[in-house]
Ligand binder design. Structure first.
Ligand SMILES: *Cc1c(COP(=O)(O)O)cnc(C)c1O
Length: 239
């Protein structure tokens, strides 16, 4: 049996290779696509292994797990944390110090709270606006219809930097449906970008997970969030 470190290093290599191929096919470079290694399936030891294998941008879906892991790994200097899951307003204050980018800003009230806490910490917090592109009621995110009216207020908070959009494809439906979802997000971004002040760009698109990141890259994703594929071949505790 290969060691977990070998398995993870090999999985990471393969994913990077697939990202590079997908990027090339859409006329971009693999280096232009940021890989977020999602760590929600594994404990701190394997996150450390992952970081040692070269994954520096790490993502968690729960604020509390992010804080715990970030605290246990605070000796690692090069890693940066991304929150990819829902953030409640009452967790904003405790979460902000740990995160580099919040992918899951999903309401104006949440963004107002992020702005308030970022101001107190004397920083400008980078966020992506989560769009509920599948229309699934169980999912968070702005509806694509409501976002155009809200955008002027959202981009007006002085201590929040809106960098782009994030979305998840329909849960069922496979790669073709996912690709259509991602195309819809890109088109929404392009429409929103027309009316923006010069100081705001929506260049970042956080689209694509293990099952559909190649489709996402084909539709213009600049950030992919990958969990499962990193741990293939390891026995993970069920969750
Ligand atoms: C878990 C998760 C991912 C990673 O999904 P995989 O299918 O494990 O690659 C990406 N984004 C979000 C928001 C997640 O919760």
């Amino acid at each position: 049996m290969p060691e977990p470190a070998e398995i993870i290093a090999r999985n990471l290599d393969r994913i990077r290779e697939r990202i590079a191929v997908a990027a090339e096919q859409s006329g971009r470079r693999g280096d232009d696509i940021q890989l977020i290694a999602v760590t929600k399936y594994v404990g701190t030891d394997l996150v450390r292994t992952l970081a040692e294998a070269g994954a520096t941008e790490l993502g968690e879906s729960r604020p509390q797990s992010l804080r715990l892991k970030a605290d246990s790994l605070n000796d690692l200097e090069r890693i940066r944390w991304h929150l990819v899951g829902h953030l409640q307003r009452n967790k904003v204050r405790s979460t902000l110090p740990y995160v580099d980018l919040i992918h899951s800003a999903d309401s104006e009230r949440l963004i107002a709270e992020i702005d308030r806490e970022a101001a107190k910490a004397d920083r400008r917090m980078a966020i992506l606006l989560e769009v509920n592109i599948s229309g699934d009621k169980a999912k968070h995110g702005f509806s694509p219809e409501q976002l155009p009216q809200l955008l002027p207020q959202i981009t007006n908070f002085p201590n929040v930097e809106v960098r782009g959009l994030m979305a998840m494809a329909h849960r069922q439906g496979g790669r073709a449906v996912a690709r259509a979802d991602f195309a819809a997000v890109r088109e929404l971004r392009n429409r929103l970008a027309v009316d923006l002040p010069d100081s705001v760009s929506l260049d970042a698109l956080s689209l694509g997970m293990s099952a559909d990141f190649e489709e996402a890259i084909a539709e213009g994703s600049t950030i992919v969030r990958i969990g499962r594929s990193l741990y293939e071949g390891l026995e993970l505790p069920s969750r």
